[in-house]
Design a protein around this ligand. Structure first.
Ligand code: ZN
Length: 222
């Protein structure tokens, strides 16, 4: 039983490293910006990326174990300063076992400019519904601001900062991160090509049906 748990924990740590590398290669995690965590299902074991380390070449030895209050339990350096945001949402929502905080450029720019994403496709509709968390200082203040705004949604824009995606798995949180960034690129290209032309959107009755589903709609996509 203990060996099985250790095997799962080792796999989870490797997955954190793999997803960090993937999102660094995708330019949504930067050299020092962004952090990723995951909780081993059925336990209070949480591993998170370290603070102040280059995010492009982490290994599992660099990860930090924290408790559900974000306090360090194990590791060589220090946990991300955003550990309270990660563990705060894990405490608040049973459906969240993985958290990806990125500094994705398109997502960050959309929140900076208050860009209203029209329902240009299913993914676009989801992105249009994600809440914007007003600016808050990193750490406990940002953690509280996220809890005050994210509701049941699988992610949020962090104004003047970046993006947050949460889910049952690191794969789903990473997928949402990449999806938001992709929609940001489409919107930027469409606005550049079309300038003043009105964007074509999904049919209104379809949008109304999706609206009625609320955050449950997100489960279909992430
Ligand atoms: Zn950040």
């Amino acid at each position: 039983m203990i060996e099985e748990l250790q095997r799962k924990e080792a796999a989870l740590k490797q997955q954190i490293v793999d997803v960090t590398n993937e999102l660094f290669a995708a330019d949504v995690i930067t050299a020092s910006g962004g952090n990723i965590s995951a909780r081993l299902e059925g336990t209070d074991i949480v591993w998170i990326t370290p603070t102040r380390m280059f995010k492009g070449s982490l290994s599992t030895d660099d990860l930090i174990r924290v408790d559900l209050d974000g306090n360090m339990l194990e590791g060589k350096t220090r946990p991300s300063v955003e550990a309270p945001m990660h563990t705060g949402i894990m405490r608040a929502r049973e459906d969240v076992l993985a958290v990806v905080h990125s500094h994705a450029p398109y997502a960050t720019a959309m929140a900076l400019c208050g860009v209203c994403v029209p329902p240009i496709c299913f993914d676009g509709f989801l992105v249009s519904k994600l809440p914007v968390v007003p600016f808050a200082m990193s750490g406990e203040e940002l953690a509280q601001a996220v809890l005050d705004n994210i509701g049941d949604w699988p992610g949020a824009f962090l104004q003047n900062h970046g993006m947050l995606a949460v889910g049952k798995t690191l794969r789903s949180a990473a997928n949402l991160t990449l999806t938001v960034e992709h929609i940001g690129k489409i919107l930027t290209i469409a606005r550049t090509l079309g300038e003043d032309s009105e964007l074509k959107t999904l049919p209104p009755d379809l949008v109304a049906g999706l609206e009625a589903m609320g955050a449950q709609f997100a489960q279909l996509l992430v």
